[in-house]
Design a protein around this ligand. Structure first.
Ligand SMILES: NC(=O)c1ccc[n+]([C@@H]2O[C@H](COP(=O)([O-])OP(=O)(O)OC[C@H]3O[C@@H](n4cnc5c(N)ncnc54)[C@H](O)[C@@H]3O)[C@@H](O)[C@H]2O)c1
Length: 316
């Protein structure tokens, strides 16, 4: 089995590849990443020891070289993690999000069709469903309407629709997973949890948007990675699977939790101007993957955040 993992040197891709390389020594993994993110260049160093791993530096929007790579490598499965992911950057510069997240996905799927790839899996996000008010008790399932509210989320929703259209129109064997906010090892310091841990270590101010009352549902990255493995091996073709952490917390709670665990004072917190159109709360359920594929999350937020802090302290 030969698997292409695009964007595999990013946060979730790195955790996925490490898990899969250890679990499936007989599979071959190729990671294609343009290393546009500094942290991804650092992650690459962790893969020297693996025999069944190959790295290709390229861009998923580079149609000619993607075609040649597929022709040469003959992949069985393609998993697309590659994406522009920073919501703030998508507000300043939406075009690059359309190029990578939508066109890039189409280019990969065209190559899958041309070279008879058996399966295409798209990594998506709960942000495609849009946000809810803080007091809402709704939990979206996979059939909910897509209502993205920023260019990043809209580009991911567009890609999801395109993936489903390739299933219906061309019969490409596709699956999609939509997860909530991930946290854990190898995440970029741009993200809330690693930035908070780093600033605690360095006794620097920790910026929080608005009043810190925006709510996200946090899933530990290893629980997410195991869910993707299950979908690849047992998921139904043409289906979408939500993956949630059942750990809804507002940003202020998350930062205070880290401050407490790291014995730091609350005066490190600095409230900054909110981002335009900041989504209030995302809420999905993952009943489908739990009932159909028997996925169980292992980490509570309390356990996952302790593991995460430990990992960053060791790295520093
Ligand atoms: N981080 C989260 O909480 C979260 C939650 C739900 C879904 N997702 C999705 O998971 C995927 C991975 O997210 P992440 O948090 O690991 O992001 P990340 O930025 O850490 O990783 C993305 C990787 O893709 C690479 N990349 C970007 N553009 C590329 C291109 N044009 N060609 C080739 N490689 C390219 C980057 O170099 C990087 O290594 C994304 O599709 C994202 O939408 C993330």
């Amino acid at each position: 089995m030969k698997i292409l993992v695009t964007g595999g040197m990013g946060f979730i891709g790195t955790n996925f590849l490490k898990y899969m390389l250890d679990k499936y020594p007989d599979y071959k993994f190729v990671c294609l990443d343009n290393l546009s993110v500094e942290d991804s260049r650092k992650n690459l160093k962790d893969f020297n020891e693996y025999r069944n791993f190959k790295f290709i530096k390229d861009d998923i929007t580079n149609e000619n070289s993607i075609d040649k790579i597929f022709e040469t490598e003959k992949f069985d499965i393609v998993i697309n993690f590659a994406a522009e992911v920073a919501v703030d950057y998508s507000i300043e510069n939406p075009n690059i999000f359309l190029k990578t997240n939508v066109l890039g996905t189409a280019i990969l799927m065209n190559a899958c069709l041309k070279y008879n790839v058996l399966r295409f899996h798209q990594i998506s996000t709960d942000e495609v469903y849009g946000d809810l008010q803080i007091d809402s008790t709704i939990q979206y399932d996979e059939s909910a309407q897509l209502k993205p509210s920023n260019p990043y989320a809209a580009s991911k929703a567009s890609a999801d629709l395109l993936v489903l259209s390739y299933y219906r129109t061309y019969g490409l064997n596709v699956t999609i997973s939509r997860s909530t906010n991930n946290y854990g090892p190898h995440q970029s310091f741009r993200a809330l949890i690693p930035l908070t841990i780093k600033n605690c270590i360095q006794n620097k101010k920790i910026p929080i948007f608005g009043k810190g009352d925006n709510i996200r549902d946090w899933v530990y990255v290893l629980d997410h990675v195991k869910a993707i493995d299950l979908i690849l091996h047992h998921g139904k073709i043409g289906h979408i699977y939500n993956i949630c952490g059942k750990s809804k917390k507002n940003n202020l709670y998350v930062v205070n939790k880290i401050l407490k665990l790291m014995n730091k004072d609350q005066n490190l917190i600095s409230f900054v101007e909110d981002r335009p159109g900041h989504d209030v709360m995302y809420s999905i359920n993952s009943n489908k993957i739990e009932n159909e594929l028997n996925w169980k999350r292992k980490y509570s937020f309390d356990d996952g955040i302790k593991e995460t802090i430990k990992w960053y302290i060791n790295k520093f």
